[in-house]
Design a protein around this ligand. Structure first.
Ligand code: JF8
Length: 240
């Protein structure tokens, strides 16, 4: 899978993308990421990428022409690429959306800066994506999160095949508590069931812990999760 990133800060991406899992996938050639500096697609002497908003107001707006010229330069060699714009107004990035995007051959990600982008850029975008309801200074961090979450779902990127199937959220619930050595850390003990060797018991314990944790921390997820009748009853009893 190929990612093309349009940004005013191409250097922003080099260190994160050269680390660990994603770095290995890039080295293997399973994934590729190219960055393009939007400033290289300006045509004026000052290489201007922002301007003040029509109608007044504070801050600056990212100009439409450099972004669209960059998109057109890319598009000529890749008709059919899906164009993503990272903005706080986009659809939230979820595991389901990451899965959908991981089945694309090629993604072009436009990263905004300043107080936002000229509205007319949106006519050249297929999907607007937001990282969540908080404010970033630009679209780069959102683009990195998207590349990371989408990239790891591309076949042959993760070490073991199918390990993405066991992710948090893959069944709509939060992950159960995990432990590794030592058995006793300053009096905090590993739950005995995990040392029992009884795999059916362990599976049951993990499922219940996942349910309890999700119910407590993310009740919004419980409504959408696929639960058995017995599990719904269990949660009702826990609540009451
Ligand atoms: C931006 C360009 C974002 N979840 C999110 N919060 N803030 C942003 C974001 C994205 C682009 C720009 N400011 C200027 C903020 C996303 N995605």
């Amino acid at each position: 899978m190929r990612f093309d990133i349009l940004t005013l800060f191409p250097e922003f991406f080099s260190s994160p993308l050269n680390q660990s899992l994603l770095g290995k996938a890039l080295a293997k050639g399973v994934l590729s990421v190219n960055t393009y500096n939007i400033r290289d697609f300006t045509t004026d002497r000052h290489r201007t990428t922002d301007d003040s908003p029509y109608g007044g107001g504070h801050g600056m707006v990212m100009k439409v022409e450099p972004v669209v010229r960059a998109l057109e330069a890319l598009r000529s060699d890749c008709a059919g690429a899906r164009v993503i714009l990272t903005t706080p107004q986009g659809v939230p990035l979820t595991q389901a959306l990451a899965g959908e995007l991981s089945r694309e051959e090629r993604l072009i990600i436009v990263c905004g800066r300043y107080e936002g982008v000229d509205e007319r850029i949106r006519a050249f975008v297929d999907t607007e994506v937001s990282l969540g309801d908080f404010v970033l200074t630009g679209g780069e961090i959102a683009a990195l999160a998207l590349i990371d979450s989408v990239g790891r779902l591309v076949p042959d990127v993760l070490g073991e095949p199918g390990s993405a199937a066991h992710d948090s959220f893959s069944d709509g619930l939060l992950e159960y508590p995990q432990y590794t050595r030592p058995e006793d850390f300053r009096g905090q003990m590993v739950p005995p069931v995990l040392l029992s060797g009884n795999h059916a018991e362990i599976e049951r314990w993990r499922r219940i812990e996942s349910l309890k944790r999700t119910f407590k921390r993310r009740p919004d997820l419980i409504e959408k999760a696929v639960l058995t009748e017995a599990e719904r009853r269990l949660l009702k009893e826990t609540a009451g």
